[in-house]
Design a protein around this ligand. Structure first.
Ligand SMILES: *Cc1c(COP(=O)(O)O)cnc(C)c1O
Length: 389
């Protein structure tokens, strides 16, 4: 199988070869590696809930009550009593009739989009949408019209010109995962109403992050009633794993029957669902967490901007530091690691060629002194590598 070796050698040469690294988590924002302690600015653990005592205890107690694995798919024997409770709580939080939990956010997107669109339909998709949306679109075998990022004029043109016999679906990230900007939902909804299209919003980076009480993108714009499907994950701001689709009762009934990533996979453990429920409860009970996340994000953004880095203004905890070439981005990430910071270097295929960047992810669990020191280190390293003057 020579093609495998050739692929790997070429990826290495282009500085695009990737491998996993193992860190020992200490708390929500620190890891140990080779005896050293690092501050993590690369995790989607936006509220630090993975290490909240109440969440940890809920997970442990559920394992003792219900066992570890679920033992089966949801439609067979996997639906333990915590599932309907979580789904009710998610629906209340998202202000929808009901919700359906999938095993990951990836599977929620894949299963939902591929169940809702079919050959003859057209899916209108932002060019920077997450890979799980892209894969869902491909699996649906519908026509795919990709519009320029957040460009609703382009979306309007495509909607006007698409030769669509079937349904129209518009799909977008709520908060874009690699850029941290927020989708222009009001214009999207206006167009959707005009063209009778459905709107599907992936709130992986928005739930627990934007909108009143961290309710997500639809709530941020007050458009809860206009979004047909709100997708989300339990793995980012909520300190567990899993994904979900929230919407009408008939939609969810349909997904239970048609979404293959739901039907053909073993259900999540009680422990994971308990962690998700406890996390959601923390989020609902402690809106100050979302405010702290906002304050931390805006603090770091300001510090990096005043150091001369080109930071796009935004109000989310995702802060991309544009670098460009892959090798230079890796070098910057390595320098910062030597200085005690874990920040991911993002390269193709995650982002388009030539737009490599550091992707800083802020957490409510970071302290201001930690962020301040991190800002100094980042601007020092960027200066050393002539990324800034
Ligand atoms: C992380 C992410 C997902 C996938 O969620 P997982 O729970 O990690 O599988 C989906 N969409 C977006 C925009 C994401 O960033």
């Amino acid at each position: 199988m020579r093609f495998i070796e050739e692929y790997l050698a070429r990826a290495e040469q282009l500085h695009l070869h990737r491998k996993t690294s193992t860190y020992e988590p200490i708390d929500a924002t620190h890891v140990k590696y080779d005896g050293q302690t690092y501050l993590v600015l690369a995790s989607n653990n936006y509220l630090g809930l993975t290490h909240c005592r109440a969440v940890q205890q809920a997970a442990a107690a559920a394992a003792m009550t219900y066992g570890t694995g679920s033992g089966g798919a949801r439609l067979i024997t996997g639906t333990h009593p915590l599932y309907p409770l979580l789904e009710k709580e998610l629906a209340d939080f998202k202000e929808t009739e009901t919700a359906l939990v999938f095993n990951t956010g990836y599977m929620a997107n894949l299963g939902t989009i591929s169940a809702l669109a079919a050959p003859g339909d057209t899916i209108f998709s932002d060019e920077l949408n997450h890979a799980s949306i892209i894969d869902g679109c491909r699996l649906a075998k519908a026509s795919i019209a990709v519009y320029r990022h957040a460009d609703t004029q382009h979306l309007a043109e495509l909607l006007r010109s698409a030769d669509c016999r079937g349904k129209r679906l518009i799909v977008t990230d709520g908060v874009f995962s690699m850029d941290g900007d927020i989708a222009p939902l009001p214009s999207i909804v206006r167009l959707a109403e005009h063209y009778r299209a459905w709107v599907i919003v992936d709130d992986a980076h928005a739930t627990g992050v934007i909108g009143p009480g961290g309710k997500g993108t639809a709530a941020y714009y007050g458009l809860e009633k206009k979004i047909h499907v709100q997708l989300g994950t339990l793995s980012k701001a909520l300190g567990a794993e899993g994904g979900f689709a929230a919407g009408s009762r008939t939609l969810i009934d349909y997904l239970v029957n048609r979404a293959r990533s739901f039907i053909f996979s073993t259900a999540l453990s009680a422990s994971t669902i308990a962690a998700a429920r406890a996390s959601l409860n923390e989020l609902v009970q402690r809106p100050a967490l979302v405010e702290k996340l906002k304050a931390n994000s805006s603090f770091l953004r300001k510090r990096l901007t005043s150091a001369g880095l080109k930071i796009a203004p935004a109000e989310t905890p995702i802060i991309p530091v544009p670098v460009g070439p892959a090798a230079l981005t890796l070098e910057l990430a390595q320098m910062l690691k030597n200085a005690g910071l874990i920040i991911s270097a993002i390269r193709p295929p995650t982002v388009p060629e030539g737009t490599c960047r550091l992707r800083i992810a802020v957490s409510a669990a970071h302290t201001v002194p930690e962020l301040s020191e991190a800002a100094d280190k980042i601007s020092w390293a960027a200066r050393r590598l002539s990324i800034i003057k």
